[in-house]
Design a binder for this molecule. Structure first.
Ligand SMILES: CC(C)(COP(=O)(O)OP(=O)(O)OC[C@H]1O[C@@H](n2cnc3c(N)ncnc32)[C@H](O)[C@@H]1OP(=O)(O)O)[C@@H](O)C(=O)NCCC(=O)NCCS
Length: 206
C-alpha cells in the first residue's frame, strides 16, 4: 500500500461507510427509506453524451480521484450525510463507491464541499450520485458538476459518458449535453454491415 496522505485515511473511511451501511440495513428505521406500498417510483431515463467540445461551467469544480476524496474527511462526511438523507438506497452507494474512480466536487465560499458526483470509469464513464446540499441548490451547482465531468471526459478522450436519472431531471441533463436513450433506440437491432436502412445504433462513428 502507498504511504501517501490518504493511505491511513482510506481504510478508516471505508470502515466508516461500511459500518454505517451495516447499521442502516439492521436498523428498525431502515424501512423508512423503502418506497411505501402503493407509491409508484418515478420513472428513470438513461442518458448518454459524446463529449465533443469544452463547455464553460458556471462554478469552479474540483475534479479529483476517489482516493483524494478519502483524504478529505470533512468532504467524506458531507457526502455521506447527503447520500443518507437524499437517497433511499444507501446500501447501493457502497456498491457504486467501490467502482468510483473520480469525484467532481463543488465547494462553498468557505471551502466546504456542498456538491458531488461520482464517476465510474472503466472505459466509457458513468456518472452516479449527483447531489447538492439543500442550501446550495438552484444556483447551477449540479449543472457545473455535470458539465465539468463532460469536459474532463473530453480532455481525456473518453468516448461516452452515461448516467441514469429520474425523468423529472431531464432539463438538467439535456442542458448539459446529455441525450435520453429511448427504449426503442436501446432495443433496435444494429444495422447489418453494408445496410443503408434507417436502423438506430449507438455504435460510435469513426
Ligand atoms: C437534483 C439536484 C442535484 C439539483 O441540484 P442544483 O444544484 O439545485 O441544480 P441546478 O441549480 O444546477 O439546476 C439546473 C437545472 O436543472 C433543473 N432542475 C434542478 N433541480 C430540479 C428538480 N428538483 N426538479 C426538476 N428540475 C430540476 C432545472 O432545469 C434547473 O434550471 P433552472 O434553475 O434554470 O430552473 C439537487 O436538487 C439534489 O441534490 N437533489 C437530491 C438528490 C437527487 O435527486 N439527485 C439526482 C439523482 S438522479
Amino acid at each position: 500500500m502507498t504511504k501517501g496522505p490518504g493511505a491511513r485515511t482510506f481504510p478508516r473511511l471505508h470502515i466508516f461507510f461500511t459500518h454505517y451501511c451495516y447499521q442502516i440495513r439492521t436498523s428498525p428505521h431502515h424501512t423508512c427509506y423503502a418506497i411505501p406500498r402503493g407509491v409508484v417510483p418515478e420513472p428513470e431515463l438513461h442518458y448518454f453524451c459524446k463529449p465533443s467540445a469544452l463547455r464553460p461551467a458556471t462554478h469552479v469544480i474540483d475534479f479529483i480521484t476517489a482516493q483524494e476524496l478519502l483524504a478529505d474527511e470533512p468532504a467524506c462526511q458531507t457526502l455521506w450525510e447527503l447520500v443518507s438523507t437524499q437517497f433511499r438506497t444507501r446500501s447501493k452507494f457502497l456498491a457504486v463507491w467501490a467502482g468510483a474512480r473520480f469525484v467532481a466536487l463543488h465547494r462553498d465560499a468557505d471551502g466546504r464541499a456542498d456538491g458531488f458526483l461520482l464517476v465510474n470509469a472503466p472505459v466509457n464513464w458513468q456518472i452516479d450520485y449527483v447531489v447538492v446540499a439543500p442550501t446550495a441548490r438552484g444556483q447551477g451547482v449540479a449543472s457545473a458538476l455535470v458539465l465539468e465531468t463532460a469536459n474532463q471526459a473530453f480532455l481525456r478522450g473518453v468516448p461516452y459518458v452515461m448516467l441514469t436519472s429520474k425523468a423529472s431531471l431531464r432539463p438538467l441533463y439535456e442542458a448539459c449535453g446529455f441525450v435520453p436513450v429511448t427504449a426503442a433506440e436501446t432495443l433496435a437491432p444494429a444495422a447489418p454491415a453494408g445496410s443503408t436502412g434507417s436502423y438506430r445504433t449507438l455504435t460510435p462513428k469513426g
